[in-house]
Design a protein around this ligand. Structure first.
Ligand code: ARG
Length: 462
């Protein structure tokens, strides 16, 4: 049954209905649609716009519909145009005239703007929980590996020694920023649009603040055109999701590298790896790759939303029906990725000795060797830098490392060197001494883990 039957003489072509329908995407908002309608009906009753008894009847029946859908007694009709039409139709079938009064002073335009907000509010709560668990998992591992020495890289070339704990805590910083981005987006989304009507508000004396209170919104929208035409919040959440996917994909890329034979810094649990159909020796990090790959679709969701909104004249346009598929896909993809990633991190084995061996090669302590000449022998940094460069060349020629190069070779390059250099370039010392705020020293890592855990507690209380 079409809502606009009165105006039309012909039935819609089935191809029109198929193309126009959004029920396959918006039926997931069923609870939110009912919640919004209950609040709207209660407000209509309170303001005397409909009879109090009718308002109560509507609210009761809507709750009944929700129960019936939950229990499976009522199935959502896949041929309905959208969830709003379906619920109103069902209510009217059950209540007759009272059901027909629900849509007084409301349009599907302000209704859908509300439903999407309510749905995203709930989804984002789950995303927040997922990210908190991810950060907690990273903190656990970082604490265990606060003193595990590994090479730090720039240009994917071994650069300076760091700790594995410090490396993991870098990701905690990223995910904490994602959480704060999500919080910002939710704050701006926290606006109740009902009362905007189709675009021009309504002549009925609504109490919009009352509806907002019932639905737990901080404030009401202040312009009826913007109330129905705003989808900034979808784009903001899609951007939050995109940035989170960038971070997830960088982490996953490192997991892929680290479990390759070229690195062998970690071993993923068999439970979170896959094999090959032809190569019997293979153990593949498919899950990490797939998470890396799924970033593309989330960026696509963001691009789709921005492009869909760009250039739309005010106020509602049907283009905007495309918002839900994109933004729901973005939040679903994050949830989907976190589900295996968290246990994959929990169960991975860290091959400390391999990390250490890699750190011991590649002249990762060359900067520390130069720093030794500066701090112990008073050389200007540039001269120390040059001398150390020459030492590295000697090492390469002789097939040695700075640790194994004899003192006479050191002294051949610079007379200032003495036995103390070996202590100065030991990996432990290099790492332990990097205790400047934000540095990789084990004591810093432990302190950072403590700080982040406190932040997590504060997030959980919100
Ligand atoms: N299914 C529509 C959407 O998702 C609901 C709003 C319909 N409004 C309209 N004027 N056709 O945007």
């Amino acid at each position: 049954m079409k809502l606009w039957k009165g105006r039309f003489q012909k039935e819609a072509d089935s191809r029109t209905n198929d193309f126009n329908s959004s029920i396959s995407v918006d039926s997931r908002m069923v609870n939110e649609d009912i919640e919004g309608s209950i609040a709207h009906a209660a407000m209509l009753g309170k303001c005397g716009i409909i009879e109090k008894t009718e308002s109560e009847k509507i609210c009761r029946e809507l709750a009944g519909i929700r129960e019936d859908i939950d229990s499976g007694a009522l199935a959502i009709d896949p041929d309905a145009e959208d969830i709003h039409t379906f619920i109103e139709g069902e209510l009217t079938a059950r209540l007759g005239d009272a059901g027909k009064r629900l849509h007084t002073a409301r349009s599907r335009n302000d209704q859908v703007a509300l439903d999407v907000r309510l749905t995203l509010r709930k989804e984002c709560e789950e995303l927040k929980t997922g990210l908190l668990t991810l950060i907690r998992t990273l903190c656990e591992k970082a604490e265990t590996h606060s003193g595990t020495v590994m090479p730090g890289y720039t240009h994917l070339q071994r650069a300076q020694p760091i700790t594995f704990g410090h490396h993991l805590m870098a990701y905690c910083e990223m995910f904490l920023r994602d959480l704060s981005r999500l919080k910002d987006a939710l704050k701006r989304m926290d606006v109740m649009p009902l009362g905007s009507g189709a675009l021009a508000g309504t002549t009925y004396p609504l109490d919009r603040e009352y509806t907002a209170r019932l639905l737990g919104f901080r404030e009401i929208s202040h312009n009826s055109l913007d109330g129905v035409a705003d989808r900034d919040f979808c784009a903001e959440i899609a951007f939050f999701a995109s940035m989170t996917m960038v971070h997830l994909s960088r982490l996953c890329e490192e997991l892929v590298l680290w479990c390759s034979w070229e690195y062998k810094f970690i071993e993923l649990s068999d439970a979170f790896s896959t094999g090959s159909s032809i190569m019997p020796q293979k153990k593949n990090p498919d899950l990490a790759e797939l998470i890396r790959g799924k970033s593309g679709r989330v960026f696509g969701d963001l691009m789709g939303l921005l492009t869909m909104m760009k250039g739309l004249p005010l106020a509602y346009n049907k283009d905007m029906q495309e918002d839900k598929e994109a933004v729901f896909d973005a939040v679903d993809t994050i949830k989907l990725c976190l589900t295996p990633l968290i246990p994959m991190l929990e169960t991975m084995t860290v091959l400390e000795q391999n990390m250490r061996n890699a750190a011991a090669k590649g002249f990762i302590n060359a900067t520390d060797c130069a720093d030794y000449l500066v701090s112990q022998k008073g050389l200007p940094f540039r001269d120390a830098y040059k001398a150390t460069g020459e030492l590295v060349a000697v090492c390469i020629e002789k097939g040695l490392t700075l640790e194994t190069l004899p003192l006479e070779d050191y002294r051949g390059v610079c007379r200032e060197f003495d036995e103390g250099v070996y202590e100065a370039i030991s990996l432990e010392k290099c790492v332990n001494d990097r205790k400047v705020a934000g540095g990789p020293a084990p004591e810093n890592v432990k302190r950072e883990v403590g700080r982040v855990r406190k932040l997590l507690e504060a997030w959980e209380e919100r």
